[in-house]
Design a protein around this ligand. Structure first.
Ligand SMILES: [Zn+2]
Length: 218
């Protein structure tokens, strides 16, 4: 082998080794784990619009679009899991169990609201009262999502509230955990909006962008 060939081989090996190390580094870098919990499912429809569209389907629609957008637009930057991928009822305890087993960084339970006052509208975020472990993180995650949903999509922001929900109780030791109410199915305009496929895609996008901001990835 002449000197030129030896040099070429050496350069090739160096380049290959560097490439391999870079690849290995990327593989070893842990992607943030996010668990999305589409509320209700199966025989539990949750709230229903006047036209009969169910909360369980809106929540699943938004969650499914998050999976698609994470893959198509964000190169699967998040390890995203859903507690259900179809119209089935999962026990509340099992929803949190998945998140704990995965050691998720973020847990978001997605719901839609309803109220006797048909004028009530807007998003609400619930965090666990007196959560000392991830309380501040959860509040900041909720704040970031609500800010985006109101700023970009114009959905009224009703702020962060305390809620002693089981999915939050079971999760608060292990991850930033919120229950997100996207809007009120009892308010006609909001119900019409939330049932549209375009709206569910836009909301999914806004939640994903908020997660990236929360994780300081954008
Ligand atoms: Zn609900």
């Amino acid at each position: 082998m002449n000197t030129l060939n030896q040099m070429t081989l050496l350069l090739f090996c160096m380049a290959f080794c560097n490439f391999s190390n870079a690849q290995m580094g990327d593989d070893q870098k842990r992607r943030p784990i996010v668990v999305i919990d589409p509320g209700h499912g199966g025989k539990d429809p949750g709230a229903t619009t006047r036209t009969g569209i169910k909360e369980k389907d809106i929540a699943l629609g938004v969650a499914e679009n998050m999976v698609i957008l994470n893959k198509m637009l964000f190169d699967s930057s998040l390890e995203l899991f859903l507690t259900r991928y179809s119209d089935t009822l999962i026990a509340l305890g099992d929803r949190a169990k998945l998140s704990k087993q995965l050691k998720a960084d973020i847990f978001i339970s997605i719901h839609c609201n309803q109220a006797l006052n048909h004028n009530a509208s807007g998003t609400e975020v619930y965090i666990l009262p007196k959560s000392e472990v991830h309380g501040k993180k959860s509040a900041y995650l909720g704040y970031t999502i609500q800010k985006k949903l109101s700023g970009v999509l114009g959905i009224k922001n009703r702020g962060i509230k305390y809620g002693n929900f089981q999915v939050l109780r079971d999760n608060h030791q292990s991850s930033a955990s919120i229950l997100l109410e996207l809007g009120f199915l009892s308010q006609t305009d909001e119900a019409n909006y939330l049932t549209k496929e375009d709206a569910q895609i836009a909301i999914a996008m806004a939640i994903l962008q908020s997660i990236f901001k929360f994780l300081e990835l954008s």
